[in-house]
Design a protein around this ligand. Structure first.
Ligand SMILES: [Zn+2]
Length: 423
């Protein structure tokens, strides 16, 4: 095994900080050996694909240029909203804009010293935006890639399902990687749970708690593998976190339909003004001629009880976004307090994605600025300089992970919006 500092990032997708407890014995124990950041906040939108790009780059969406889980692109005929999660979106973005992310990823930044190895069981887009230009290895069920973005043969790929069983299989494979001679200087494991289950079950329900438990069990497998890999403690940084929290869905709103009903759009599917759903948030893109309606749309949205916070134009910068590519308005859907039937706090309205217009009321979702989705992810860091059992309350976000990892690896920390967390 190669010598020198190493870093491991483990993501338990959408695991809320307030749900760490009896279902997470491993994380509770890990906290005794790590520093916990208890004011950790998600980025906006609090969605997986865009957060993956921000964890990889240490940059806000406004800077790295991936706007959300859905993003509209304009070929000159008006914006069209595309799912960033589809396997071909990286290529579509490159073809239509000449770029992927505007900021280098961790995989690129470490590539002079070694190959990053990334295992991900979330959407293809969330996996591929860890390393869209192919500096390291990305293993995903939709296709695995090596350096140069060369597709790996199927027998080296990751033929697994989303959810508990697939996460376990992926983790066992990841553990074999950690125990092998190829243990890389940066290894990333991104589990689909408990997010996969939360989208189709009530938060805090026995099924959701079982998914949380399974994510916790996988953390235990990783910790055991690290022990067997016998990597020196003062050379290893372990970052264990979630990307965002979630809220319980109260109402489902088709923002495109509402804008058409209000007379701003020719019809729900027209390309003049396009709302791209981010779960409990929406981004609104304008064609050039339609932009003159933007101020009226903002005034209309501010009157709607389903629209919580509304940001437009230059104000997008306050939430880490940039008015570019037709994007002019971001809405965080209305959120409220109260507990669901399993005692889990927080409700929000959902901006429906017409492609997946199923009834998900009563289940978990995220994307907006609601307190439980944006303020409740967790972050624990174990390694040299991070005091065991310490609890720190300074504000942190997924943007801080890349600089913290780079500093540990002895690499340059520059050009990022996040800060290396001070030891
Ligand atoms: Zn997520």
């Amino acid at each position: 095994m190669s010598k020198g500092p190493k870093a491991i990032i483990v993501v338990c997708d959408s695991l809320r900080r307030d749900l760490l407890g009896s279902a997470t014995p491993t994380l509770r124990k890990f906290a005794e050996t790590a520093t916990s950041f208890v004011s950790h906040r998600a980025i906006f939108p609090s969605a997986t694909r865009v957060t993956s790009a921000s964890i990889a780059t240490g940059c806000t969406p406004g800077r790295h240029g991936l706007h959300g889980n859905m993003m509209a692109l304009d070929d000159g005929e008006g914006p069209v909203a595309y799912s960033v999660g589809k396997p071909d979106f990286v290529d579509r973005l490159r073809k239509m804009t000449g770029r992927t992310l505007r900021c280098p990823t961790l995989a690129e930044r470490v590539s002079d010293r070694g190959r990053a190895v990334i295992f991900s069981n979330v959407s293809p887009g969330a996996a591929y935006f860890q390393d869209p230009n192919g500096f390291g290895y990305v293993y995903h069920r939709a296709g695995s890639f090596g350096p140069g973005r060369v597709r790996l043969p199927d027998e080296q790929g990751l033929a697994i399902s989303s959810g508990v069983a697939g996460d376990r299989e992926m983790t066992e494979r990841f553990c074999r990687h950690l125990r092998s001679r190829e243990f890389s200087l940066l290894s990333v494991l991104w589990q689909s749970e408990p997010d996969w289950t939360a989208h189709h079950h009530p938060l805090g329900s026995p099924t959701h708690l079982a998914a949380i438990r399974s994510a916790d069990d996988n953390v235990e497998r990783v910790l055991n593998a690290v022990r067997l890999a016998s990597v020196s403690e003062d050379e290893l940084l372990m970052v264990i976190c979630s990307d965002h929290g979630n809220e319980t869905i109260r109402r489902q709103i088709d923002v495109n339909k509402e804008l058409a009903k209000a007379g701003f759009k020719a019809e729900a599917s027209s390309r003049d003004i396009v709302a791209a759903s981010q779960g409990t948030a929406a981004l609104i893109y304008f064609s050039r001629p339609a932009l003159q309606k933007a101020a009226d749309v903002v005034a209309y949205l501010n009157d709607q009880d389903w629209a919580g916070a509304v940001y437009a134009g230059e104000d997008l910068r306050k939430i880490g976004m940039e008015p570019e590519g037709g994007l002019w308005i971001a809405i965080s859907m209305a959120a409220s307090d109260g507990k669901n039937s399993f005692g889990v706090t927080g409700f929000s309205d959902l901006a429906v994605n017409p492609e997946y217009a199923e009834d998900v009321r009563g289940f978990g979702n995220h994307g907006g600025l609601g307190p439980n989705e944006s303020q409740r992810p967790f972050l624990m860091i174990k390694g040299p300089g991070f005091a065991p059992g310490e609890v720190r309350s300074e504000p942190t976000s997924p943007l801080d992970i890349a600089p913290t990892v780079l500093r540990h690896l002895g690499l340059e920390v520059s050009g990022m919006d996040g800060m290396a967390l001070q030891q």
